[in-house]
Design a protein around this ligand. Structure first.
Ligand SMILES: Nc1nc2c(ncn2[C@@H]2O[C@H](COP(=O)(O)OP(=O)(O)OP(=O)(O)O)[C@@H](O)[C@H]2O)c(=O)[nH]1
Ligand SMILES: [Mg+2]
Length: 354
């Protein structure tokens, strides 16, 4: 990571500037104004005002330390109203049909009386400043639904920072009454682990064409999937998709058994013409019933919350360390001796903390 990126990633989590030097005479008004802001924003969000939800997410995504207190207030105010949703992660290689799938799948949930929010974790947009504009047009019908909310991925910060904010945005969406939360991520290996840690179930989309495609998907991602769909089972590819599904099922048999007693379903679908989509929704409801019945649902969520807390504390510790000039200099010196081979990474780290 270059210097500039590193310092912006760190100041993103530090949250120290701008809070410590408030004039005590003004701080009362500042806090009062913030409280009023967050209260009325949360009220409007809960009444179904999508622009209020958008604004709240913008505050939560902000990398300006001055926005952190308000962001924290918003999330804290939303927490008691959150949690009552199914959080679904969707992954698969670029072009597999994730957005097309979400477009139809989301509308199916809405037809059943649900409210659907779509968020994205996209490491490429974190670098380039966003690709979701294309996604919004691909989810054209869904984005016109009253009961849908589609949010571009945060376009600034490190993947870790982006993912952390997406997780907070889930809480805001839930408080705003969205009970189906869909997170799209690009299947390139970096963002899946973060998304897996914020969702109840993880859907992997694959392409038919058998063997070759399987190699394109990292084994680790296959292992993370709770449900697998072979997309594009249409236009003469139906048989190929069936064969590929059989092959994936056989490949999964080589993995250790799921201790939760869940067998990953593998189904061909067509996100384009809708074939297999009602069954896809059934599989997801089946998964939810299975996990809830066995107590795994709540257990997973509490483990995830603990993991995110731990991860964030780690980032904060690092940020506070680097905020101190002498510590930063000691780190730079240690890094240099590690790079030149003078010290081992372990010895250098030990020295830094001695
Ligand atoms: N034949 C066929 N084409 C499909 C299907 N689903 C998606 N496509 C097409 O595949 C292309 C990519 O679809 P997207 O939904 O944008 O794929 P994506 O996985 O979201 O792509 P990225 O966001 O770029 O990673 C588009 O041209 C779609 O029309 C399907 O079920 N059948
Ligand atoms: Mg997409």
């Amino acid at each position: 990571m270059d210097e500039q990126k590193k310092s912006s990633a760190l100041s993103e989590v530090a949250g120290v500037e701008g809070q410590s030097s408030i004039n005590p005479n003004l701080s009362h008004f500042k806090h009062k104004r913030q409280r009023e802001d967050s209260t009325s924003l949360v009220e409007r969000m809960r009444e179904g005002d999508r622009s209020a939800l958008s604004r709240a997410i913008t505050i939560v995504e902000s990398t300006r330390p001055a926005d952190y207190p308000l962001a924290d207030e918003l999330v804290t105010a939303c927490l008691p109203h959150s949690g009552k949703s199914i959080r679904i992660g969707i992954t698969g290689v670029p072009g597999v049909g994730k957005s097309t799938f979400i477009e139809r799948f989301g509308r199916q949930w809405i037809e059943k009386g649900h409210k659907v929010a779509v968020l994205a974790v996209d490491p490429s947009s974190a670098k380039t400043g966003g690709s979701i504009l294309g996604d919004k047009t691909r989810m054209n019908l869904l984005s016109q639904e009253e009961d849908a909310f589609i949010r571009p991925s945060p376009s600034a910060g490190s993947l870790g920072g982006v993912a952390r904010k997406t997780r907070e945005s889930i809480i805001l969406c839930e408080a705003a009454g969205y009970d189906i939360i869909i997170i799209e991520t690009v299947g390139v290996g970096q963002s899946e682990i973060s998304v897996k840690r914020m969702v109840d179930l993880f859907v992997l989309l694959l392409l038919p064409g058998a063997g070759d495609e399987l190699q394109g998907i990292k084994r680790g991602i296959m292992e993370m999937a709770d449900v697998i769909f072979l997309n594009k089972a249409d236009s003469g590819q139906e048989r190929k998709a069936q064969l590929a599904a059989g092959e994936v099922r056989r490949a999964l048999k080589l993995y250790p058994e799921d201790p939760r007693g869940w067998t990953v379903p593998v189904q061909p679908i067509s996100a384009m013409d809708g074939t297999g989509l009602p069954e896809a929704l059934d599989e997801i409801e089946k998964f939810q019933r299975h996990m809830t019945l066995k107590g795994h649902w709540d257990q997973l969520r509490s483990e995830q919350a603990a993991w995110w807390f731990d991860d964030t504390v780690g980032e904060f510790l690092k940020a506070h360390w680097f905020a101190q000039e002498d510590k930063k200099a000691a780190y730079e010196a240690a890094l240099k001796s590690v790079s030149t081979g003078e010290m081992s990474p372990l010895a250098a780290a030990r020295k830094l903390f001695s």
